[in-house]
Write a protein that binds this ligand. Sequence first.
Ligand SMILES: C[S@@+](CC[C@H](N)C(=O)[O-])C[C@H]1O[C@@H](n2cnc3c(N)ncnc32)[C@H](O)[C@@H]1O
Length: 313
Amino acid sequence: MTCGALKKRPKTKIPTFLPATKLLISDSYCHYLKGPLQSNAELKASVKEHWEGETCGTRYAASESRARYFEEIEEARYRLEPYIREFANFAESKGKKILEIGVGAGTDFSNWVKYADKACGVDLTESAIRLTDERLKLAGIDPSRYELSTSDAENLPFADGSFDLVYSWGVLHHTPNTEKAFREVFRILKPGAKVKAMIYHVNSWTGLLLWGRYCLFRGRPFESKKSAIFQHLESPGTKAYTLPETRMFLEKIGYTDISLSTRLGPGDLLKINPSKKYQSAFFRLAWKFYPRWLIETFGRHFGLYLLIEAKNP
Ligand SMILES: C[S@@+](CC[C@H](N)C(=O)[O-])C[C@H]1O[C@@H](n2cnc3c(N)ncnc32)[C@H](O)[C@@H]1O
């Protein structure tokens, strides 16, 4: 059964205990949440609505000058997530055809465009595509070097074997069927080409914080971190994976040369500007007394960011 086959029900809470092992091989993990709730299409519409409301990264920019506005977004991004540049290795795309899935405000995309022969970018939202397009026009980039479109990661509008590299940072855990999206990526990669992606890692400080606030604090210690993340992290239905689960679903699709690692995200260290969702007394106290140095020193294996590199053989 797929999520799409679920019967629509009135809004209910996501159930308490989710056996972790069942999540290992799920095609789309919401059907283990017995009840919610929404079909894949409905969930995707809520995801779209969420991100149309605030394009990623724009919270850090306030300038009236549009050029300065985009600079502020870029400065904050690479200050808070300094490892992106090393992981992406933008210069590696020289002479290649690349695709970025989920361009957001277009910061990484404008770096791909500097090097790639041809850069394609997609996002579920019109607001992200509009913003990225504005940014590239403002920078005077030759429009023949790139293509942007509003498209869905689960149904990519590209022929098999089209790309030398597919890149996606913080996106594919938001789509209702993450595994289907990774299958689409596999399909459009040329043989021997690589995907570089970041999805969320469940055994993380962020997962623990959300579990503490929404499960333990509410007297429901048997609820899982996955369900806390599903309900409370960014757009509705966000998923997070363990390293073995990730390896398993990538291998099942056919990827080889899989390399996985984790990084502390700014959320793990509460170094982000909190959104409206996180303004309660619990979070205000957490922001104030959070032991950031302890986590940076001893807790680096429990980062929210799960970095993936894998090949279509
Ligand atoms: C957390 S933001 C990340 C954006 C950008 N990669 C960044 O790091 O700033 C998530 C993005 O994923 C996009 N997204 C979510 N589901 C998607 C899907 N099924 N297909 C394409 N984009 C999707 C959202 O519209 C949003 O722009």
